[in-house]
Design a protein around this ligand. Structure first.
Ligand code: ZN
Length: 413
């Protein structure tokens, strides 16, 4: 009796009777268990009490957390019950989620690790494939999403699209600017996808949204003006800087191609290497990298001009509203006559989105935060490569960036 309770503690199970523990032929620990009296005869989906149906397919095993260095399984009967709502289903067990081959503790630990460490570390430590990690993460996220409502109290949100699977597929994501948390994501990037979010939010809560930031895409603006009557549409400053970086890169490529065509190989090589210091924020450059800038200024005036245009735009977006608007005005005038085709185009694009940029500045939307969430989602999208479904990627993103990551088993309370 005492040892049965000791085993239940060691295995981290509650509401469970441990009947016996032994090694199997492969040397793994197998604990024979059954649900405690109160946990018996419940539907696997809704956990409501319901009449038994049959014995199901006999005894089943669930992988549990290793005991020391040894693999461990729980083994039990898996009878079926007949639920009024869900029909004939396998009865619920207190040690595992419905339809899982792993125990609750095992699932939670895998989900926690997937949020914290590399793909390889999770797979090797837990002895499961990365695909299995994807399925576990999806299961854990689905349960937690049912328990909390991440869409409560939204006031200021950011909507964005993220590419994954090497840019072939897209997700639409919604971030809460106030908490910095990812609150929603779905596969696709179109009006239909985004309407799903507002359907879920409901008309009443949509009306309390004060601010929506996005990348200036027409499909987002259309759905927002249709569903959020009281929201100001902002342009994420992060995207404006991204546009400027793309224009700068275009100038750099043109200059590089010209140098190569005219046989200036040393010049071309040095330009290729310049990409990094032109792209990074000057405050993040090392001393050696910063010394490249005057060199570029001397040998390549148009490229340096493009660099200054990008930098001044970035700085303007950091200023308080009146200064920012004045500087932005001066910037537009400069860019329009700068004789660099990509920046002339950029000036047109920015002029067209001026109301959105003004709204961003007026509401003091911080660039740093939106950019950091954005970067982190992109990193997760890259890591999730190898999951079989976008649902697993979404689940991992919600666990890591949506504040849904479960605590390690046995650590809560
Ligand atoms: Zn049920």
């Amino acid at each position: 009796m005492r040892s049965a309770r000791l085993w239940a503690r060691l295995l981290g199970v509650e509401g469970t009777v441990v009947e016996g523990v032994d090694f199997d032929e492969q040397g793994a620990v197998v604990a024979g268990v059954r649900p405690g009296f109160r946990e018996r005869g419940r539907c696997g989906v809704c956990r409501r009490r319901c009449p038994g149906y049959d014995e199901g397919e006999g005894r089943r095993r669930w992988r549990a957390l290793d005991l020391g260095t040894t693999r461990c399984y729980l083994e039990a009967e898996a009878p079926r019950v007949c639920c009024r709502r869900h029909g004939v289903v396998v009865a619920a067990v207190p040690w595992a989620r419905h339809d899982a081959r792993f125990t609750r503790g095992f699932d939670d630990q895998v989900a926690w690790l997937a949020c914290q460490c590399s793909k390889r570390a999770v797979s090797e430590l837990m002895r499961v494939s990365w695909r299995t990690v994807g399925r576990i993460v999806a299961r854990v996220a689905a349960e937690l999403r049912g328990r909390y409502d991440p869409l409560a109290y939204l006031r200021r949100i950011g909507i964005d699209e993220i590419s994954h699977r090497r840019g072939q597929r897209y997700l639409t994501v919604v971030v809460d600017h106030d908490s910095g948390l990812l609150v929603w994501a779905a596969p696709g990037r179109d009006k239909k996808t985004l309407r799903l979010f507002f359907d879920l939010l409901g008309a009443e809560r949509s009306a309390t949204i004060e601010l929506v930031s996005a990348d200036g895409a027409a499909w987002i603006e259309e759905v927002v003006s249709e569903r959020c009557p009281n929201a100001a549409l902002c342009l994420d400053p992060f995207h404006v800087v991204q546009w400027a970086s793309a224009a700068l890169d275009e100038v750099r490529r043109e200059v590089w191609n010209t140098a190569r065509r005219t046989g200036q190989t040393a010049e071309a090589r040095s330009l290729k290497g310049a990409r990094f210091c032109l792209w990074r924020n000057p405050e993040d450059l090392s001393g050696r990298q910063r010394s490249r800038l005057p060199q570029i200024a001397q040998t390549n005036e148009p490229l340096y001009r493009a660099y200054l245009l990008k930098e001044q735009l970035r700085q303007a977006l950091k200023l308080p509203l009146p200064e920012a608007l004045a500087l932005l005005d001066a910037w537009l005038a400069w860019a329009r006559r700068c004789r660099l085709e990509p920046f002339v185009k950029l000036a047109q694009q920015i002029a067209a989105h001026l109301p959105g940029i003004e709204a961003t500045l007026r509401h003091g939307l911080s660039n740093a935060r939106t950019e950091s969430v954005n970067t982190r989602i992109r990193l997760i999208a890259r890591r999730a490569f190898g999951f079989h479904s976008p649902e697993a990627l979404i689940a991992l993103a919600l666990l890591s960036l949506g504040g849904l990551c479960p605590p390690l088993p046995g650590r809560l309370s």
